[in-house]
Design a protein around this ligand. Structure first.
Ligand code: NAD
Length: 540
């Protein structure tokens, strides 16, 4: 087993710090140019001429890239390149593959850090801190810990028994064929991790980035190539998700899907894979981390200031566009009476605007589609008798896609914004009578189809235990007296079940295991020379 990595330390970007200065300079540099983003197929840049632009969500008039989109021909070539690259990629062995991805981590921790963070701040509208914990720290951790875990398999999965005259071993093979990685806009770390994790254990594949993160994802693709990723191992394909899926599924060597994104998209993909099955050489592995409706349940005996901070950070950091963002809260009336004025006053202090202004806590949501969807939820809530908007509620897309941090208080635990994923800065609070804690746990469990993250706030162990048991299947990541966001690689492996995904825990060994297909090998040292068995002897 290799030496255990440690989590990448988070840089602070405090005023006057050198990292703050470098990040500002790098953002200025990236804003001063419009780069051309090609497809990368078999290590070659392919400029298709069919282009789209990439803008800055908090300043959508500003174009930062022109992106060349893959058509059918490029998609077919990318799948073929991945299949052709697999032999050599397996051949160089696990150690050489890990060295490449550990070099990726070192580059990102060093010279590439500001480039990747600046691209993430501009492309996905993140503050410096949100970019740092995502694009730098989490991705460095994904790469380092995944290599560490992958090295462990070879020892952990060797057969326990080799009787005399026999040597049993397990050959840790990757899946045969290519893996299609379809990635979300909201985390640069997830985007690069999805194609990397299967690659570490020997798979090759096609990476289809989100149309809202081409710029930052392209920088990460360049970083991987600089670290020595051989041609064809990961093929970068901006373009239509539906089309790449169709092309990939018509190729018999399609071996797996590594997906993160919305539940509806994943469910559709799963169905398509089912239909394509007769034409495929293997049963593909399907791994998907999807939507959430993440909760905070407070008990009357909770730490009230702690709850306030968790609600504010959990719901509004990165504009609520984390799959783990707190978006429904079950609060006892006594606690709400005590904290609501302070909470609303603290939210009033949140500054929102350009990611380059470091005093901003929030920036814009990702695009017009998200802006319309989120503002639709706010509008409908404002018209419902059972809902009251107690703070925020405003939105403006004249310069960027800005939506105020919004709290809806409801008397209906099944109201739309209490059960559906909104994916924006909207928290809905359901107030319950103080004595109804146990009932509310049941309501929380049943209310939504999702089961990604959730928190319980209580100062008594007995109440924490009640929640722990009642909410066993309500969250794949469960927090006690903390916000439901901010999972760290190797500390809280991330993923949810029910409609939130296959719960294969990104950044942990369980995920890597999905990309291997072991071969059991028996080597006989004393080769039998007699075909008969003792039982065949005749009775005296
Ligand atoms: P999305 O589903 O819109 O897109 C995800 C990816 O799927 C994109 O690359 C997109 O182009 C592609 N896609 C869309 N339609 C497709 C189709 N018909 N066929 C093939 N590909 C298609 O999601 P998003 O807006 O990028 O991300 C937000 C969603 O991701 C939220 O629901 C969030 O909860 C979820 N998410 C989950 C996790 C997790 O770990 N559970 C992490 C991050 C994001």
């Amino acid at each position: 087993m290799s030496e255990q990595p440690t989590n990448e330390p988070i840089l602070g970007y405090a005023p006057g710090s050198s990292e703050r200065q470098s990040l500002m300079e790098e953002m200025d540099r990236q804003m001063s140019e419009v780069i051309e983003i090609p497809c990368i197929i078999n290590g070659q840049e392919v400029y298709t001429g069919t282009t789209t632009t990439q803008v800055i969500p908090h300043n959508h008039g500003h174009v930062i890239a022109r992106v060349h989109l893959a058509g059918r021909e490029e998609m077919e070539a990318a799948c073929e390149a991945a299949v052709n690259a697999q032999g050599e990629w397996i051949g160089i062995g696990l150690e050489a593959r890990c060295e490449i991805f550990e070099r990726c981590a070192d580059l990102l921790a060093g010279d590439w850090r500001m480039r990747v963070n600046a691209a993430t701040m501009l492309n996905q509208s993140k503050t410096a801190f949100q970019a740092e914990i995502d694009a730098a720290c989490e991705l460095i951790d994904f790469w380092r810990f995944n290599c560490h875990y992958a090295r462990g398999f070879h020892d952990d999965f060797q057969p326990l028994v080799s009787p005399e005259g026999v040597l049993n071993t397990t050959d840790i093979r990757p899946l045969e064929g290519f893996v299609l990685s379809i990635t979300p806009f909201n985390f640069s770390s997830i985007a690069a991790n999805l194609p990397s994790a299967p690659a570490i254990v020997g798979c090759t594949g096609v990476w289809k980035p989100s149309r809202n993160s081409y710029h930052s994802n392209y920088v990460l693709m360049q970083l991987m190539m600089e670290a020595g990723l051989p041609p064809g191992v990961i093929n970068f394909l901006p373009g239509s998700g539906a089309e790449i899926t169709e092309v990939a599924l018509s190729n018999p060597d399609f071996a797996g899907l590594h997906f993160t994104g919305s539940t509806a998209t994943f469910q559709g993909l799963w169905q398509e894979i089912g239909l394509a099955l007769p034409g495929l050489r293997s049963y593909p592995r399907i791994v998907g981390e999807t939507g959430g409706k993440d909760f905070v349940v407070a008990h009357p005996d909770c730490d009230r200031r702690g709850l306030l901070v968790a609600l504010l950070r959990g719901a509004f950091e990165y504009q609520g566009q984390k799959c783990s963002a707190a978006s429904r809260a079950y609060i006892p009336r006594s606690v709400w009476d005590a904290i609501s004025a302070d909470l609303i006053s603290e939210i009033g202090k949140i500054k929102m605007g350009d990611a380059r202004d470091f005093t901003n806590f929030m920036t814009a949501v990702i695009d017009k589609r998200a802006f319309d969807k989120i503002s639709g939820y706010i509008e409908r809530a404002s018209q419902r008798d059972t809902c009251e908007i107690v703070c925020g509620g405003g939105y403006d897309d004249s310069v960027g896609y800005f939506i105020q941090p919004t709290i809806i208080v409801t008397t209906d635990s099944d109201s739309e914004s209490m059960i559906e994923e909104i994916f924006g800065p909207v928290l809905t609070v359901y107030l319950y009578d103080d004595e109804d804690f146990e009932n509310v746990l049941e309501v929380c469990d049943k209310a939504s189809p999702y089961a990604l993250t959730g928190s319980i706030f209580s100062s008594s162990e007995e109440n924490v235990q009640k929640a722990y048991e009642a909410l066993r299947f309500t969250a794949g990541n469960f927090y006690i007296n903390d916000k439901p966001t901010g999972a760290v690689v190797a500390q809280q492996p991330f993923g949810g079940a029910r409609a939130s995904g296959t719960n294969d825990k990104a950044g942990g060994p369980l995920n890597l295991l999905r990309w291997i297909s072991p071969r059991s090998v028996k080597r006989t040292l004393d080769i039998p020379q007699d075909w008969t068995y003792p039982f065949m002897g005749a009775d005296e």
